[in-house]
Write a protein that binds this ligand. Structure first.
Ligand code: ATP
Length: 235
């Protein structure tokens, strides 16, 4: 039986639609309870606006819940990889690599020693000295993916990252993810692609309006999700 690395206990979170005390609360995550297990690849599915990215931000400790509790095993590092990466746009690729790796807890010397590896993996040697604001979305995603592979966090959080880049890079990142999955790395994978979820995830969490609609074996959850979508389309 795998042990939990992270636990959500009745977690809820709201955003306010206006600043100040008069802003109404928009509850985006509601009473969410689940365990993330060591070494598992957990899929997260749900409609647009269901709360998937917000859930990843809670898991990464970027935002805190308004109620409930998130328990993390001691010294657990979770890294979020999204298309909207926390890069500093005016710094060049090299500086962003070092900053990202250091912010993930790597010593600066180690981070610097990985510049070439990351650059080569991302196939960005020709632009690595240019400021990030000049990169295309696909180039930024490639850089983010290459950094995440080196940072080896305890928990890797992937937000719709797999379909990015050109066909060659998609193949490369799929291969890398397959290796990560086999390596006992704990991963939470948000995707709208059922094929991706089916291919990589043992368990899947289906979120609807911020609440857990279903959590279980991926095939069971996907079957229920598709049946629900079909019913919604026919009504
Ligand atoms: N910073 C924010 N301030 C206010 N509302 C927000 C903020 N971030 C997200 N929301 C709202 O929270 C809800 C959930 O958003 P979230 O991005 O988590 O959904 P999602 O399931 O990832 O959607 P998608 O599949 O479209 O990426 C949405 O209604 C969104 O408008």
């Amino acid at each position: 039986m795998k042990k939990p690395v992270l636990k959500f206990d009745n977690v809820s979170l709201f955003y306010k639609n206006r600043l100040g005390i008069f802003g109404a609360k928009n509850w985006v995550i509601k009473d969410l309870t689940f365990d993330l297990l060591h070494g598992e690849v957990l899929g997260v599915i749900g409609k647009n606006g269901a709360g998937k990215s917000t859930l990843l931000r809670l898991l990464a400790d970027i935002i805190a819940p308004n109620s409930g509790r998130i328990w993390r095993e001691e010294n657990t590092r979770a890294q979020l990889l999204t298309l909207n990466l926390g890069f500093i746009q005016d710094l060049n690729g090299v500086d962003n690599i070092v900053l990202s790796l250091v912010s993930q807890g790597l010593p600066i010397k180690h981070a610097k020693s990985l510049i070439e590896t990351v650059t080569d993996y991302a196939e960005l040697a020709h632009v690595i000295r240019q400021p990030l604001r000049t990169y295309s979305a696909g180039q930024k995603a490639r850089l983010g993916f290459a950094i995440a592979l080196q940072a080896t966090p305890d928990v890797l959080l992937l937000d719709e990252i797999l379909g990015v880049g050109d066909k060659d890079f998609q193949e490369k990142s799929s291969k890398a993810l397959a290796e990560v999955v086999q390596s006992e790395q704990t991963v939470v994978l948000v995707s709208h692609s059922s094929n991706t979820i089916e291919k990589y995830c043992q368990r899947t969490l289906w979120i609807e309006q911020g609440s857990c609609k279903m959590l279980g074996e991926t095939s069971d959850v996907l079957d229920a999700y598709h049946a629900n979508q079909a019913t919604a389309q026919n009504t």
